[in-house]
Design a protein around this ligand. Structure first.
Ligand SMILES: *Cc1c(COP(=O)(O)O)cnc(C)c1O
Length: 346
């Protein structure tokens, strides 16, 4: 199967914008080609539209060649680019598996792409037969979130591979992959060119503020998406700060280790509280906690004490659930204290 076949015909035929930095690639003494200011602010020049230095650093830590990478202004931009590359507005569709990340549906709606919802099973595992049954000739994208937000569980690679036999693109969103021992689906791409993997610097790397998402895909897919992306979508500050973070990868690993330690100890502490019915196992940096009383009241109580968590109780399969990000030990202890206080008052 050739994944290029799933690309919108108009995008396949698209002649991309050629930026000043594309027309002249060398180093010059005087740049009078891009209508930039000649006055040095440190930021007066356009950034590298191909982010070569940053991609090289990512290649060094991930072992993925640069022509299989596309960088986005957060994964959210990459999700939008996928819709614009593969889905004909008003005609094509995608499949999402609630409860999951809300941006897939919003981005689909913005692009006028139909959303087919196939619920995860009661235990948040993937319902492969239901997904297969939901695919139509207009289905272009299937979104798999692994570890899944908000349930925290991994979707095994054998299921991703089974999905990849379908005549569409399979997008594996690995925003939380750094928090698990499981391997990335990146390794599947070379044999299964309709698999696309998304990762982000927003979570483990501690850089939600810089907005950097990475899309790993077959080189032909990356080449097409490169035509669709805005030329300078990754600004210079983002490129510089992200490079510095990668040079200091040890720091990220230390943070991840600390969060995993908290993830190991928190569930039993929380489950000891009378208001907690269950803490779902997590491969991510959050816990989905099911309460045996009104989660909205617990949410409001915590908020009134300055602790904000995410109310997911209206999501399918998440009745009674709050999603709680794992913070520092001090923050988590404060959370537990306040939940104890709530439980004592009830
Ligand atoms: C947080 C998150 C992202 C990150 O999006 P960015 O735009 O890169 O910040 C992507 N996918 C999922 C499932 C997430 O939870």
């Amino acid at each position: 199967m050739n994944p290029i076949d799933f690309v919108r015909p108009s995008i396949r035929a698209l002649k991309p914008y050629s930026s000043a930095r594309d027309d002249f690639k060398g180093a010059a003494e005087v740049y009078l080609d891009a209508n930039e200011s000649p006055y040095n602010t440190g930021l007066n020049r356009y950034p590298d539209p191909w982010q070569k230095e940053l991609k090289k650093a990512i290649q060094n830590i991930k072992g993925v060649p640069q022509d299989m990478m596309l960088l986005g202004n957060g994964s959210d931009e990459v999700i939008d680019l996928l819709f614009r590359t593969f889905c004909e507005p008003g005609m094509d569709g995608c499949i999402v598996m609630p409860p999951t990340y809300g941006m897939y549906e919003v981005s689909a709606d913005i692009n006028q792409v139909a959303v087919q919802k196939v619920l995860l099973n009661e235990d948040f595992s993937l319902d492969i037969e239901a997904v297969k049954a939901a695919v139509t000739k207009n289905t272009k994208l299937v979104f798999v979130c692994s570890p899944n937000n908000p349930s925290g569980n991994l979707i095994p690679h054998d299921l991703v591979l089974e999905l990849s036999t379908l005549p569409c693109m399979v997008v594996v969103d690995e925003a939380y992959i750094d928090f698990t021992e499981a391997s990335s689906a990146i390794t599947l791409i070379s044999d299964h060119p309709n698999i696309v993997v998304l990762q982000t610097f927003s979570k483990a790397w501690g850089l939600a503020g810089v907005r950097l998402g990475v899309c790993y895909a077959h080189a032909d897919i990356v080449a097409i998406m490169n035509k669709v992306k805005p030329p300078y979508n990754i600004n210079l500050l983002t490129q510089q700060v992200s490079l510095r973070a990668i040079e200091n990868e040890q720091q990220m690993m230390a943070w991840v280790a600390a969060i995993k330690t908290q993830r190991d100890v928190l569930p039993s502490i929380l489950e000891a509280l009378p208001i907690v019915e269950k803490v779902f196992p997590s491969d991510a940096n959050f816990l989905l906690v099911k309460f045996n009383e009104d989660p909205k009241r617990i949410y409001e109580f915590l908020a009134s004490l300055g602790i904000v968590v995410r109310d997911r109780s209206s999501q399918p399969r998440c009745q009674g659930c709050l999603r709680i990000t794992i913070g520092t030990m001090e923050e988590n202890l404060k959370l537990v204290d306040m939940l104890q206080l709530y439980a004592a008052g009830n």
